[in-house]
Design a protein around this ligand. Structure first.
Ligand code: IMP
Length: 459
């Protein structure tokens, strides 16, 4: 099975890193195809915890190519920090390859992300403020700086100069607008945010010379890893080797198909693996969707099954639902099968993995949303495409029996309580995709494989 895509099926943080880590055991390369350091995944190996933001999970295997594809936006300062941190812990980095065509998150992107969110106030998206949106915007505007530009100081300086000028202007304008808004709101004394924005427009990191020097240095350090990564993928795939394409974020945060504008600025769905890694649709043989046994979301935006009660709090506590990247508390709610079925079709999933089933232990009944009802009373069996309808849609639930047992020690399907098996069966039947892997705890070995052996089952 040469080409395997792994995607998030909900709003992110489904535990893709752990599944990728497990499936990667039998793969030859692991490739990230979109997003940036807005992502964060934690892998627990032998009691040791590894947190990644940019580097694909596969880096813990010394014999596999670990690739940052052209569709990723990367902040070189963060990437080098991650490389240094992993090296200090004895991880071999020689197999890391970075696409020469990937775009760089520059200091002004981070500042603009932050200033833009501040300006939106109550309407803010709740971005990770890592510069993701402004960087992808520059890519589309053809004002982006790419990894390959780091290797030519003259070109680098010219491109930074061209990109920088409109940013300084934009930051200044945002500052003025922000001040005006504050004034209109009668908050003249609250100058904190405005002062911060002014500081950002004059940030020393926005100096052309300083920025160029800094990035030339990054280039020297990253040079051994820079490569034609699409070709690397073709070489593997054409020789029958297995390549895993690892998505960041998730389907409902997709720029085109998610809950726009409360989405990320890239396409985390399976189809984007082709563009973000440089392969063709026919190179993809399997698509694994990863979903939590319940639902979570960070940041703003519609979330029909959100729980604002003690069950939701219990999920936060038991599931340690705090973001790896920003530390924000995640919003929690019931499993939404209307949204999951939408994700299954969008990604044309082959298999599902349900993670964190152990978190539901002790909750009875277990509710799953099977349809929505619009505020006019219409029954909605499918995920509505219209933003206003989704915002006010009320979920209708099916109640399934819960289980009390601690399932963190289960390793076989037969070990799981019948109610847990019924819960999984219900999900699988509803969305029409087999569940192959179930997470029952944070450790790598805390999983239960279901049904026939998938090609990538770890030994
Ligand atoms: P951005 O990607 O930083 O622009 O943020 C846009 C939206 O995507 C916000 O709601 C973020 O909270 C969300 N988001 C971005 N990355 C992740 C992730 O890795 N997990 C969950 N949510 C994310």
């Amino acid at each position: 099975m040469p080409g395997v895509v792994i995607v998030g099926a909900q709003w992110g943080d489904e535990g893709k890193g752990k599944v990728t880590d497990l499936l990667a055991e039998n793969a030859d390369a692991i490739v990230r195809f979109q997003g940036g350091n807005n992502a964060g995944h934690t892998i627990v190996r032998g009691g040791e915890e590894f947190k990644f933001h940019l580097i694909p999970s596969g880096i813990l295997y010394s014999d596999k190519a670990c690739v940052i594809g052209n569709g990723v936006v990367l902040d070189p300062r963060i990437l080098l920090g991650e490389i240094d941190g992993l090296r200090r812990r004895g991880v071999d980095m020689s197999n890391l390859r970075i696409s020469a065509n990937a775009h760089l998150i520059m200091p002004y992107h981070v500042l603009l992300d932050s200033a833009g969110e501040t300006k939106l106030g109550k309407l803010s998206i709740g971005t990770t403020r890592r510069g993701i949106g402004p960087c992808y915007a520059d890519k589309a505007l053809r004002l982006g700086i790419r990894v390959q530009d780091l290797l030519d100081p003259k070109i680098l300086r010219t491109k930074i100069r061209a990109a920088l000028e409109p940013k300084q202007q934009a930051l200044r304008e945002l500052t003025v607008q922000h001040r005006k808004l504050r004034k209109e709101a009668g908050e003249e004394n609250d100058k904190g945010a405005a002062e911060q924005a002014i500081g950002e427009a004059a940030d020393p990191r926005l100096d052309l010379h300083t920025m160029t020097e800094e990035h030339v240095n990054y280039g020297h350090r990253l040079e051994p890893h820079i490569a034609d990564t699409a070709r690397l993928c073709w070489d593997k795939l054409d020789n029958g080797k297995t390549v895993i394409f690892e998505g960041a974020q998730a389907t409902l945060l997709d720029l085109d198909h998610g809950t726009y504008p409360f989405v990320t600025s890239s396409n985390p769905i399976a189809g984007a693996a082709c563009v973000g890694a440089g392969i063709g649709p026919a190179d993809i043989d399997e698509v694994w969707g990863i979903a939590k046994a319940y639902a979570t979301r960070v940041g703003a935006g519609p979330f029909p099954t959100e729980l604002d009660d003690e069950v939701g709090e219990r999920m936060v506590e038991a599931g340690h639902e705090f973001g790896t990247t920003t530390g924000r508390k995640r919003r929690c709610g019931w499993m939404d099968l209307v949204a999951l079925r939408y994700a299954v079709r969008l990604n044309r999933m082959t298999y599902l993995s349900i993670t964190k089933l152990d978190v539901l232990s002790g909750i009875d009944p277990l509710r799953v949303a099977v349809r929505y009802r619009s505020k006019e009373g219409a029954v909605l069996d499918e995920f509505p495409y219209h933003q206003s309808i989704l915002h006010s849609a009320e979920p209708e639930y099916e109640d399934l029996p819960g289980f009390d047992a601690d399932i963190t020690g289960c390793r076989d399907e037969a070990d799981l309580p019948p109610q847990a098996r019924e819960y999984l069966r219900y999900i699988s039947d509803f969305v029409g995709v087999p569940i192959r892997l179930v997470g029952v705890g944070p450790d790598r070995d805390q999983v239960v494989w279901l049904g026939e052996q998938p090609s990538l089952r770890a030994a």
